[in-house]
Design a protein around this ligand. Structure first.
Ligand code: SF4
Length: 169
């Protein structure tokens, strides 16, 4: 753990998220190719965030990671607000990456995924999962280093994806 390279902590949380949604999407995003539709989804996330959690400290930027908000108790809580659970694995790994990152900087934290539409929360801790995060980080770096996007695979996620036209038209 101590010898883990610091350069591995320069990736963004959303890149970990996209690794578990679509590797092609991750590559486009990492290369700075953004589409307008992508922004609409970000705005909806912010809207849910403001309506449901107004009053909390929000959108904290720590190094390359941007966290929805942080609540300080005995331990720091990293909160992520999500619209639904269809991409739960991606949400979970993004949150794990945040607490992993904070731990590497000497801060003990846990994460809480908030699903305001479902009125549900899910608590996530790093216990025994550091290797899982490191494997995800390595895979993100390998994909970002590719000279062309990984071959797209059509799934039901494509319909709502901002990169649909790049992959399929
Ligand atoms: S359209 Fe589908 S294959 Fe292409 S980037 Fe989006 S999710 Fe991935």
């Amino acid at each position: 753990m101590e010898s883990y390279p610091e350069t591995h902590l320069l990736i963004r949380g959303v890149e970990i998220n996209y690794l578990f949604i679509c590797k092609t999407k991750l590559w486009y995003f990492a290369k700075g190719i953004t589409m307008e539709q992508e922004n609409e989804y970000v705005d909806l996330g912010k809207f849910l965030h403001e309506r449901s959690y107004f009053g909390e400290e929000k959108e904290v930027q720590i190094g390359p990671i941007k966290i929805d908000f942080v609540k300080k108790g005995d331990i720091i809580e990293v909160h992520e607000v999500k619209k639904g659970k269809s991409m739960e694995k991606a949400h979970e790994m993004q949150a794990l990456y945040y607490i992993y990152y904070l731990k590497r900087h000497g801060i003990n934290a846990k994460a809480v995924l908030n699903y305001p539409k479902l009125r549900e929360t899910k608590e996530i801790t790093l216990d025994g999962r550091e290797q899982e995060v490191e494997e995800a980080i390595n895979e993100v770096e390998q994909i970002k280093a590719l000279s062309k996007p990984p071959e797209p695979v059509k799934t039901k996620k494509c319909k709502k994806c901002a990169y649909y036209e790049l992959c399929w038209v």
